[in-house]
Design a protein around this ligand. Structure first.
Ligand code: PHE
Length: 461
């Protein structure tokens, strides 16, 4: 049974695929700009704490459920908890659908930024005029083509299956991504702004942290680690029985955090090294990755002609290993839950999601009503609405249910058996006790605080 549904070849295969899912636009695009908006050091510290106290324990919980049942999100929760808990899985699969729909649009921008940089590298830099980005995002046919190309790449990989598609691609792309990042890090460390970037990120000054920044850090921990939608249940279901859930969770969480910190360090060093850029970034933090950086590569950065295109290869790779994981959650449901063949499950999920992508791609100015549509105050357009819905509601809520399920419903002995956190005498070790306390009390309390903050109007997207 397990062989028939696919399996990771080993620990490395799982760790690279799962960290491929975790590492994405959340690390390269979102984390740097929310760190900026929330004043630096103190925010980073709170973020690290919430990764450790909420992210890691929930990562362990999700992988554990998947590995134990050997099933994807919905059937796994149904098997362990009954029909009602299956609904949490349904919300998870829906969250995957929602996120994939808009994520592919932003991921498509990496293709065009790559193209633009490549052109500049070959035929010389021409500064774009200030309205260029606006014109770009509101060009409907172009947005459809870029997101369509990205969706096709995603479908192609998932079509090939767990070990032949996802694992093989992540085993190539992730090491490349790490090498490119390292190259960037070494390059920027020699730049003037490096020490300022370091102290901005690592000197906590709580006066600079807006109070709700704490909750933003918690909310982002879900998004960046791909938690709260049962994705790691599905990925964990392909994990062999003799692998340690605790170790692989630690590795995935560690790698994701490292990449977020290194990406932020790279970005801030570049920004602090060029006069005048800070003000520009201050005006559009969201555009930091796609507007500010490409220009900087060609205005005084040594080796910029090579680094520019390379940087967007990195962004594209990181995004692709995330989109394939999102699609896989849906595909795995159709295979496990509906008995479909992988090829038809992939076509159905991929084509279905692209319909939502079409709406998102046209909602940045191309089609009036799609762009002005407003369900949540201040979130205009389909893309922004879906991002808000998933990051602020679906993921934290899903995460809350997972903590309640594992902490309060599931037999403690079962968790102990799966996590294998025992001392020499076979009794629960101190780490297991800590994990239980966190998953029963600390994590749910923090998530409830996030949800209350969202209800009272704070936005995490
Ligand atoms: N973790 C991914 C990122 O940081 C986004 C993602 C969220 C992927 C939820 C899958 C599930 O970009």
């Amino acid at each position: 049974m397990i062989e028939a549904r696919g399996q990771w070849s080993g620990r490395l295969g799982f760790v690279l695929a799962a960290s491929g899912s975790a590492i994405g636009l959340g690390n390269l695009w979102k984390f740097p700009y929310i760190t900026w908006q929330n004043g630096g050091g103190a925010f980073v510290l709170v973020y690290l704490l919430s990764i450790l106290l909420i992210g890691l324990p929930i990562m362990m919980a999700e992988i554990m459920i998947g590995r134990r049942t050997g099933k994807s999100t919905i059937p796994a929760l149904q098997e362990m908890g009954g029909k009602g808990w299956g609904l949490v899985g349904v919300m998870g699969v829906l969250a995957g659908f929602v996120i994939l729909g808009y994520y592919s649009v932003i991921a498509g921008w990496a293709i065009s930024s790559f193209w633009e940089c490549l052109n500049w590298s070959i035929s010389g830099y021409r500064a774009p005029d200030s309205g260029a980005f606006g014109a770009f995002v509101s060009n409907g046919p172009l947005q459809l083509a870029l997101s369509g190309a990205f969706s096709l790449a995603t479908i192609g990989v998932v079509w090939l299956g767990v070990s032949k598609g996802i694992e093989r691609v992540t085993k190539i792309l992730m090491p490349m991504l790490f090498v490119i990042m390292l190259y960037f890090l070494v390059t920027v460390l020699t730049m003037d702004g490096a020490s300022r970037a370091l102290s901005f990120m690592f000197t906590p000054n709580f006066a600079d942290l807006p109070p709700l920044g704490i909750l933003e850090a918690v909310g982002h921990s879900f998004f960046t680690l791909s938690l709260g939608m049962g994705l790691m249940i599905t990925y964990g279901s392909y994990l062999k029985k003799d692998m340690s859930v605790t170790k692989v969770s630690g590795l995935v969480v560690g790698l994701d955090t490292l990449v977020a910190l290194v990406a932020t360090m790279i970005m801030f060093t570049i920004i602090f090294s060029f006069p005048g850029v800070e003000e520009q970034v201050g005006k559009s933090t969201v555009g930091m990755l796609f507007i500010t950086l490409p220009n900087l590569f060609y205005t005084g950065m040594p080796g910029g002609a090579i680094l520019g295109p390379l940087f967007f290869v990195l962004v594209g790779f990181a995004a692709l290993t995330s989109t394939i994981s999102l699609l896989e959650v849906m595909v795995a449901y159709f295979i496990d839950g509906r008995g479909m063949k992988r090829s038809s499950a992939t076509m159905l999920s991929g084509a279905g999601t692209y319909v939502s992508t079409v709406f998102c791609a046209l909602s940045l100015g191309a089609v009036g009503w799609m762009s002005s549509f407003e369900l949540f105050p201040g979130k205009q357009g389909v893309l922004n609405t879906l991002d808000h819905l998933a990051s602020n509601w679906m993921l934290p809520l899903g995460g809350l249910f997972i903590t309640i399920f594992v902490g309060w419903k599931l037999d403690k002995r079962l968790s102990l058996e799966e996590l294998k956190l025992t001392d020499d005498g076979g009794q629960p070790s101190i780490y297991f006790k800590l994990w239980r306390i966190v998953i029963r009390y600390v994590a749910p309390a923090a998530i409830i605080a996030v949800i209350i903050a969202v209800i009272t109007g704070k936005d995490f997207s």
